[in-house]
Design a protein around this ligand. Structure first.
Ligand code: FE2
Ligand code: FE2
Length: 152
């Protein structure tokens, strides 16, 4: 599978989990805590896959010389939102306010990747290379999941 397809899927999965958590407003149930944990794990892994595999492969090319300078700070902002959300409960207003801000930031960032960076990367690096990067991402994902099941 193309790296860009995997990463696009992950954007949608994250936004679906965010929508679920937005329904949690005012309803204190522990199942939403596990939904948040799932979202946090998914976003952190997604950003690692991009930062350690996908972005470095692109950054070698002139067409992507400014990629890291705006993408990494945007990821950093998402990590800060996650840290703010961590001690809060999904039923709290404060959680929902931060979540709404994080959702907007992720939507902007994901739109830019899906509309601009992803198609351009296929053009510049070629489909075969983007497919290889997809394999590397799958390997990282599998290694992380294996570790997770080993340490409950
Ligand atoms: Fe990204
Ligand atoms: Fe992304």
């Amino acid at each position: 599978m193309l790296a860009t397809e995997i990463l696009t899927q992950q954007h949608h999965e994250a936004l679906d989990l965010i929508a679920e958590l937005q329904d949690a407003s005012g309803t204190a149930t522990t199942s939403y805590d596990s939904t948040f944990k799932k979202l946090e794990d998914a976003l952190l892994l997604h950003m690692r896959e991009e930062e350690e595999i996908y972005y470095p492969a692109l950054a070698k090319y002139d067409e992507f010389s400014d990629l890291l300078s705006y993408s990494i700070p945007e990821h950093e902002a998402v990590r800060q939102y996650l840290a703010q959300l961590e001690p809060l409960s999904p039923s709290d207003d404060s959680f929902q306010d931060v979540l709404a801000d994080m959702r907007a930031a992720i939507e902007d960032h994901a739109d830019n990747e899906e509309d601009d960076v992803f198609p351009k990367s296929i053009e510049v690096l070629g489909e075969d290379r983007i497919e290889e990067l997809g394999d590397e991402i799958e390997n990282m994902k599998n290694a992380v999941n294996k570790r997770k099941t080993a340490t409950p």
